[in-house]
Design a protein around this ligand. Structure first.
Ligand SMILES: C[S@@+](CC[C@H](N)C(=O)[O-])C[C@H]1O[C@@H](n2cnc3c(N)ncnc32)[C@H](O)[C@@H]1O
Length: 312
């Protein structure tokens, strides 16, 4: 059994989410302060230069410490140097190139602790096989936002949300702001569509369920195809009658961002890397400024989140 270790985690909500990520895979969780010694071998989970893809890493030794890092600074350099291996989760998206730390932990544990008998990744034109994704009935706005952050980082440009719990659209302004902050909306170019279900363009519906009787493990089922709709329900989700539905099994039940993170990672793994082998980041030109805004005092102004500009 491995131990999940959070290195210098700052946010108490992430501490709780990391405990839940460890519980999802039945492994212990520890938090490292400067003085704590870790059981070798240390496997660092970080998108540091030279890291190997977590999808190509085999099962790690029992007793290993699987380390994730601080929300802003990542894993401390001394620990990165001491690591026997460093693995990253490939991020083909065009915006934020990291996941929430607990989501990253869940994805890493999924591949490092097993996921045996994985389907091979597609060889060519991954984008033409990318399935649609429906986040069905998320019950919490931050979990929904964090899941959308993952979707953007894994390369989706559009995601549908069936918002029956009213956590994303039509919510109070502070709730909207918190959800969008979790999604990193100001840096993630993602279109979020309001959807109640399935459209005629979907020829195949795959429901990702934590129910142990649901079906085969998700990594053994083909999740790709432009006509495919991947549904990630938060709790129960009843498909419209008469449609061909398949169930696949995902770890859990657990926090929504962790389950959705594993699902989206597995679809991205099966799609395979972009043909140029890059992480998917096109070179960017820096912004050009023609003039500057005059600052006003806080009393005169209004606090406006960047994502709100999208409504203007
Ligand atoms: C939000 S990230 C830290 C980002 C930090 N600004 C950096 O670039 O190192 C917090 C932690 O989550 C984990 N993480 C997030 N995305 C990851 C990815 N794509 N691959 C590997 N680890 C990731 C790592 O352990 C990282 O230290």
């Amino acid at each position: 059994m491995v131990t999940l270790v959070g290195d210098g985690i700052e946010n108490p909500a992430n501490v709780q989410a990391l405990l839940e990520a460890a519980a999802m895979f039945g492994v212990p969780c520890a938090f490292r302060d400067r003085s704590v010694q870790l059981a070798p071998p240390v496997i660092a989970v970080d998108n540091a230069p030279g890291a190997e893809s977590v999808y190509r890493t085999g099962k790690v030794h029992s007793g290993a410490s699987v380390v994730v890092g601080n929300e802003r600074r990542g894993i401390r350099p001394d620990l990165l140097r001491a690591a026997a291996r460093t693995v990253h989760i490939p991020m083909p998206g065009r915006g934020v190139n990291t996941l929430n730390v607990a989501t990253a932990a869940a994805v890493a544990l999924y591949y490092l602790c097993g996921a045996a008998g994985r389907r091979a990744a597609r060889g060519s034109r991954p984008e033409s096989h990318r399935p649609a994704v429906l986040l069905a009935g998320p019950r919490d706005h931050v979990e929904a936002g964090s899941s959308l952050r993952s979707a953007a980082a894994f390369g989706w440009s559009t995601v549908a949300v069936a918002d029956r719990e009213r956590v994303w659209f039509d919510t109070a302004r502070p709730v909207r702001a918190e959800g969008r902050a979790a999604a990193r909306s100001h840096r993630n170019p993602l279109r979020v569509l309001r959807s109640e279900g399935v459209g005629s363009q979907h020829t195949r519906i795959v429901i990702c369920s934590s129910d142990s009787g649901a079906g085969p493990p998700i990594h053994r089922v083909d999740l790709t195809g432009a006509g495919t709709l991947i549904v990630v329900p938060d709790g129960d989700w009843a498909p419209p009658p008469g449609l061909p539905v398949e169930y696949v099994q995902v770890p859990g039940p657990s926090r929504y961002r962790l389950v959705s993170g594993v699902v989206l990672a597995e679809v991205a793994r099966q799609l395979g890397p972009r043909p140029d082998g890059s992480a998917g980041r096109p070179p960017r030109r820096g912004p050009a400024y023609r003039s500057e805004l005059r600052l006003v005092t806080e009393a005169e102004g209004e606090l406006l989140e960047p994502w709100e500009l999208l409504h203007y």
